[in-house]
Every structure is written in C-alpha cells, then in structure tokens.
Write a protein that binds this ligand. Sequence first.
Ligand code: SF4
Length: 468
Amino acid sequence: MTRDVFAVDLDRIEKLLPRYAMEGPRYTSYPTAPVWGDGYGPSDFRRDLSRDDAQPGDGLSIYVHVPFCRSLCHFCACNRVITRNEALPVQFLETIEREVDTVREAVGAPRPVTQVHWGGGTPTHLTPEQVTRLHAAVTARFPVAEGAEISIEVDPRVTTPEHVGALREAGFNRISMGVQDFEPRVQEAIHRIQPLDDTAALVDRCRQAGFESVNFDLIYGLPYQSEATFTRTLEKVIALRPDRLALYSYAHVTWVAKHQRGFERKDLPPPEVKIRIFLAALRRFLEAGYRFIGLDHFAEPDDELSRAFADRTLRRNFMGHTTQAGVDLIGLGPSAISELRGAYAQSHREIPVWQEAVESGQLATRRGHVLTPEDLERRWVIGRIMCHGEIRASEFEAAFGRPFADSYSAELASLEPAVDDGLAHVGDDGSLQVTPLGRLLVRNVAMQFDAYLPEQRREGRSMFSKTV
Ligand code: SF4
C-alpha cells in the first residue's frame, strides 16, 4: 500500500506539540553553525575549494547575499544593514565583483551552475540596473546551465515593475516574497507596513512576466497575532495562490537580534495560542490543496518540491529545501555560507571587514568547519531524516559499509518515546520512518542523531529557535 506522505492527523498533533516544543536546530547544515570554529580561515577555504573532488560536470549552486534594507522589520534576525545611502550598494557591487573573481580562480575546473539564489537583506534594494550588473558579473564567471533554477527574495514594498522586468530579462525564474502577515495591527508592531494591494500587484506582475514559481514567506508567533487574525491573513494568502509557502515560527532570539527586545513579551501570543495559529494554517493550507513538504514548507501538488519530496530527491541546504541533489554551494557576499562536500565556510558578517578582506585579494572567510568522517555520516543520516522522513538501513550500509542498527543503537533507543507517540517507526534492521504526524516534529527526531547537541545543552546557552 502506498503511504500517503502528505496526510497529517491534526487532532493528534495538537496534543503532542506542547511536549515537543523545545530549542533545536533547523539543520540547514550538520554540524550546525555553533560548532564551526574561527580557526578555519581563507587558506583553509582555498584548499577545500581546490581539492573538492567534484567532477567537471557536477553542478554548482551559487548564493548571493545582498545585505541592504530600507527599514528595519522588528522581527528580523537576518544579517542586514539598514540604509538609504546610495553609495553603499555601489561599493558593494565593486567588492562582490572582485570576490567572484577570487572565488572563481580558487574553484578550478569550470562546473555548470544549476541553481542561483539571491537573499538578504533585500536584493531588490539594488536598482534594476545594479541587479542586471551583479547577475552578469556572477554568471560571466560561473556560467548558468540550461534550465537552472534562478531565484530571488524580494520585499514587495521596494520591488518595482522595472525590477520585475530586469529580473526576468536576466533569467530569474522563481521569486520569493516576504509577506509575514496582512493584519494592520501586526504590521505596525513589526514595523513593516505592507498593504495587501501592493503584494497582490507584485504577484500579478510576476505571473505576467513569466516567473515559473511565486513563494510567500509567512511568520506565526508575531505580536498581536491570534488564530482569528491569522485566519484572515490565510484567506488573503490563499486567494493570491502562491505556488509555494513557507510558514516560519517567529524566533525570539534576542541573544542574536537585540532589536527584538523592542517587543513587549506580553504582546506575543502565548505558546498554546501560537500552536493553535500554526495548526489553523496547516489545516487551511491542506484544505486549499497544498502539500505539506515538511518542517515549514508547503507547495502545490504539481510543484517540483512536492514531486521531489514524494520521490525522495528533496535536499536541504542554507537556501532551505531544494530539488538540487549532490551540488556544492558557494556563497558570495558578507556572512554568506558555502557548503562543500567536506567543509563549511562562512564569510565575515560586517561589510567593512568583508570588504577589506576581498579588496586585499583574499577570500573573506571568517570561520568554518572541516567535516570528520563521523560528521559526514551523521550529515547523511540527518539530511535523510529532514528531507525524506526516513532512513533505509540498506542504503546506509551501502554508503558506509556498516549496519545502521548497530552503528546507531543508542540513538534509535532514544527514539522510543517518539515511536510510542506515533511520530516514527523503527524496523528490525533499524530502518527509520518518520510518520506524517512526525514530520511536523522532524527536528526533534533528527536531534537524536546530533552528536554535538548534548554538549551544547550542557553549556546551557540559547543557540537555536524553538521547534514549534
Ligand atoms: S526586509 Fe527582510 S531582511 Fe530586511 S529587515 Fe525586513 S525582514 Fe529583515
């Protein structure tokens, strides 16, 4: 019998969620960023870029971080600089062009780029001409393959018809819009006034221009949200019919984003209300015909993400869920992260420091991590759990030459409560299957296989957002 990979038992999950709400990584990498060290620098990254054992035909992903925004949204934990100084993007472009040259020279054999993603900050803080120039600079050094996925995150408040035209002209085919919530009171509290009409007009423009996919980012757990207010937002969202939806939990991470202290904690929905808001959204998206891809992503049934999840080709990296398998990721711009087969590297976060490093002809690496054989194995395991919702013991043994059940007996034993709660099944050979119910709490399942987490917990520092 085919399992219905998209079905979710909403009544049951409502009872379980409070018990599983705890701090935990989102596993866009393993090991997670707090494990990486400052001892990893530019010469290490240069070595890892050049000795990467990729074949010339293997694909490459490029991430470009554009760090500027016009005004500060009070929920934001991204690396961004709030500015209206027009000179800053001009300097930024000059520096990032130099960085592309330095990275290209370090990469060695040319490889086809199968995925490009721009994030930020607000990439459309750049003018349409600057967008065209930056894309040309990147793709001149890293030519894009036929059919590549070229995507960008935009803020509807600053994205003009001219931007849409320039993006399509350059070849961008996917667009992701920050929406968060349509309620005026919530928008006021988060310092992000974004009328529905502006977002709707941008969606129309993007569809007319021929973007293949439109994504909305929403956030639950923001100040003044309730089930009733968010339901109104959901109806407006569904009427606009984006192809993909990301529904993020508001991460109150004041140890990272100090301006979040501007919120009165009492204005945030209490945990039980937050859970009800999430469940209301989940229920409504499923009723509206979207598929639950996992963690916090939804997609139309015929969307590539839905297909990739169903046929087990979904992958996860710093750009979120992706359909691009076996591809190295190179990050450009301040704070950008690169993910190679055997290493992670992150650039300096502060623009002046990043600029100084690049202008001196260096790679701007601030920290990183070389994966040990155990890290590589656990990355494989956690990646399978997060993206496919299962570990097949035979696949593990084929990849690593050891039985899965013997290698991870303690981790599998620690899953017993989750198995009893119906979140996962464990077979005699250790094969693990996360149930549709468990996919909502997949981070909790993956956390059992994280070798660094116990020590991080002992340290008692807050490093991660809540799983719910
Ligand atoms: S526009 Fe985006 S990156 Fe900029 S402050 Fe708002 S949420 Fe953060």
